[in-house]
Design a protein around this ligand. Sequence first.
Ligand SMILES: [Zn+2]
Length: 275
Amino acid sequence: MERSDSQYAQAKVAQLKSEYQVEVVSDWGEGEGDWNPGTWARTELDRLHSAIDLMVAAMGGKEKFVHHLGGVAVRKSDIGTHGGEALAHRVSLSVKGAFSSWTVVHEFAHAWDANYGWRLSRLLEKYTGGFTSPFLSGVLKAAGLSDTDRFRAGKSPGRYGRRPGCNRAGYFYGDRPSGSNWSFNRIEDFAESVAMYVGWERDNDLSQHARNRITRYQLKNGEKDPFNIIDNWMDYARRFYPDNGDYTKTKRWQFVDDLVNGRIEVRQEPVKHGV
Ligand SMILES: [Zn+2]
């Protein structure tokens, strides 16, 4: 943050706090005579705000957003190679490179799920007809029936662990997610489903990403997708590509739609630790 942007930033931070109970943990300010720029850029505060706006709109207004997330502190921190991390009431965004609007919504979706003791992702798993079985997953992998190397993800097309149960968690997703890989589990499924819902065909900052997630299954085997991944897309189309390419026809889109419109009852209890 430049000194010249600090007044703007202060107003933006105050607005996020008062509108959404989102507290930006600021690391810029007056040092010992010097200006400490910290890790946030003005454009990142803007991106954070507009991504939250999109999520708020999809959730049906700021009262609902505040009720469901219960206040969130957002910081920039060194969290290794991934873009973000989240628990109830806290989101961390990587200091390495700029974060995307997609990452913001993805991480805030985790914070939402966490605030409900991770029950939202369990409900999604059930709603979409999936289940988690490390045992069955181990059997598949041991028998050489998974699209992975024996007990880990491979590094070549057709080996990334995209088929149901062929991931680290033993997550057998149901219906058609927009994607899956070795790191996929019901928690990631929920966060990605929320981001897909917020972006799908709404002409916003997440929409191109959401579209790219689906159109890649129309590529030929060995082609590179918009995320620079080469895979055997045709082989995976039947697991991921929705009817007529319409993501609103999937159970995931329907689940998030039911959730934000109050058609799914969820108990909000204190979060238990160790989940
Ligand atoms: Zn995640």
